[in-house]
Write a protein that binds this ligand. Sequence first.
Ligand SMILES: [Fe+2]
Ligand SMILES: [Fe+2]
Length: 262
Amino acid sequence: MARNIKIVFIADIVGEHAVSYVVDQIPALKRQYTPDFIVANIENAQNGKGINVPLAMKLKRAGVQGMTSGNHIWDIRNRDVLNEPELSSMLIRPGNYPEELPGKGYTFLRTETAQIAIVNIQGLTFMENIQCPFSYLENNLIPIRSKSKLIIVDFHGEATSEKRAFAACFDGKVSAVIGTHTHVQTADEQILERGSGIITDAGMTGPVNSVIGMDQLSAIERFRKHIPNHYKLAGGEIRMNGVCLEIDAESGKCLKIERITQ
Ligand SMILES: [Fe+2]
Ligand SMILES: [Fe+2]
């Protein structure tokens, strides 16, 4: 009988201190959840905007096997990180951005005994007007499913309704849809009727005393004055959010979805 596969997904890592915090927490995560795979959203790792090669390598060496991203991956000047040979099989960006941009929208992660697909897609509501996320997955589902029925989608989006509609649309066709981008963990984790796990947003791994990772005073300025304001990362205590998924290795259906905060 095939055993179940466990995946720990770490929510948007914001800043270098949060990267170090994740590295420190991985042994405890492994003890507590015994994951086959650890995947993290790294779109804000480098001072809140994207990631660089040293930070990605630091996470890889610590045990992160897959990395997803989002709109802030494009803020970095050196986008070569998306084509770095040591990272290209594990680091993805939303697939529904134009194809000519570097990087890709899905990849396969393997251990000696298991294989999963991770897919990164971005929503349209209150975000960039890129290719339809629904069409993107419809067009790529057959090649992905031909290699793995265990499919984890990081849906990077602003609107809860769009993320729930996306999960409903692909219920039973993917193992789980994990929302990212808002940096606020939602309490709506659920296994849908046909077996897909969903959480609207996994939250943030970043500074506790902040406005979604940003320094509180600079965030207040931004909202009160309505003028562009230099992005300033908050300091202080870090907290990690995420989810642990348990997936049936044969059917790809989600058996359990559990929120993580530590
Ligand atoms: Fe983010
Ligand atoms: Fe984002």
